[in-house]
Design a protein around this ligand. Sequence first.
Ligand code: ARG
Length: 614
Amino acid sequence: MIRDEIKKAILKTVQKMDGGKTVPVFSVEVPEIPEHGDFATNVAFVITRTLAKQIEEKTSTLQSPDIPAIKIRTGDTAWHRVTGSYPTKPLDLAQYLVDHLKKETDLFKKVEVAPPGFINFSLKDEFLLKKLQAVREKPGQWGKSDAGKGKTIVVEYFQLNIGKRPHVGHLRSAVIGDAIARIFECAGYSVKTDTHQGDWGTQFGILLWAFKKLSPSDRAALMKELEENPLEGFHRLNLLYSGANKTAEGYDENPGKEEFAKLERGEAENRNIWRELKGASEENFLRGGVKLLRLRDFEEYKGESEYETDMPAIVNGALKKGVARKKDEAIVVDLSGEGLDEAVLIKSDGASTYLLRDLATIIYRKKKWKFAKSLYVVDVRQSHHFKQLFRVAEKLGFEGWGESQHIEFGFMKLPEGALSTRAGNVISLNALLDEAEKRARAVIQEKNPDLKNKKEIAKQVGLGAIKYFDLSHNRRSGIVFRWEDALSFEGDTGPYLQYARARLNSILQKAKEAGISKKIPDSSELDPLEHRLAAAVLRYPEAIEDALAEYLPNILAHYLYSLARTANEFYHSRPVLQEADAQKRAVRLLIVETVATTLKHGLGLLGIESPDEM
Ligand code: ARG
């Protein structure tokens, strides 16, 4: 990574200066104003502070407070040898660093001090071109790293519930989780994914209660529907569940609890119904949803019910350790002293809880995968649950709790209508995706009526629009989805990025047909826009690294958007195929090719396809 190369050179210079006494923590970033260069650093400010501290510590013999350069010691550091003293102003320090950096590395075309003490860097054109050629030579390697070599990361997302209709949180979880999994994979991690399907608990009890009240012929009809027309079948199951849920509110004791208790005790009738519904759900609904959304396939499709047999030992252990106690008929862990309330392991009717199932899941996954990190992509309303979960796991001495993290996300409001109820969040995945395809198709029809394969491309664009809209926002913020915003070909949208890449692709296609030479001249000067775009391409690995560090795909999305914008500026002002100078043409072609590669790969990491034409 270029950023790292620059950091290394700076660090070397600083350490020569103070004899390796300090390891300053400074940043190397992309300046907001492109004219300031490709990168900028604040290192001079940082070492002004550390040096000031050294001065305080090491010298009591300040000669005079108004001497600008202060002698601090008679050691033999390089800096001392040069001047006998340290400058105290960031601006002077920056200048000193610049003078010495130039001796340390020949990465730069220009290194400049900018008041009050920043240092701006412009990379050598030659260096950029060499790096771009490396991207061209191994496009399959571009963006990949071995940062995660030997480490396993578990990512859990798209946790649908049987019976309950998916809400928009499930869609967000799918899109965000899928992107995070892909990004980690690209960084060399071994990625294990799971769905933790909601197939257990009182919610299932309610469904059982409603199902058992159906006449035998209605039951058979529903099962047939689930088999033959799963989406319709699940819709009916949803209606059954939500109707029953309403009715259950009128009861003193939720009848679903009793049914779930029977299920958990192993009562045959409930088990049989459960097994059938679960089988149909997993096969048709969950796996169907994965296909519909074009997600990475999951390593496991486990449900909450899988942990049934592991739970008693956890409860016994917790009681023995004195972590949990009996409270009436229930078993709880009291976390109220830590502001986390009471965590319930077993309810008063003897039924297990969601929390207990999650405890068992930690043990299972840690044992199976020995993960370095385990992520739960779940909406922010469950943050209390995860805090309780990790704290109880800690108290119980579980391995893995410390590496577990709730990757929370805010709510997305959908437009009213076919896609959502008035409550604003219940969705039908199918309706959403149909709508996306329909709208994308209308836009494509208008822009490019002769396009072949419109149906598939409309799918990619519609789905890409939804995913990108989600991923371009910081996952923590609540967002309002609008078709007009998501599907626009202008601005920070999926279609804009796909379109930018498709356009570059068509240049490449034509260059290939025309047999234009790809040979890059040995030395070549880039104009400012070429330079800017080339440098932007090469920041791709850094964007991946930053997105990964905080589990924030929007960092990658933002990078891609800004790359596409610069690429569009280039597209409109720099002829490629029409360029008369053959050397310049070859250079521009190289830039176009590597931008296109980067956009495609980057969108791919967000789970978004890139049509070659659109
Ligand atoms: N199925 C749950 C829901 O829809 C989310 C499950 C989250 N994952 C977990 N390990 N608790 O609310």
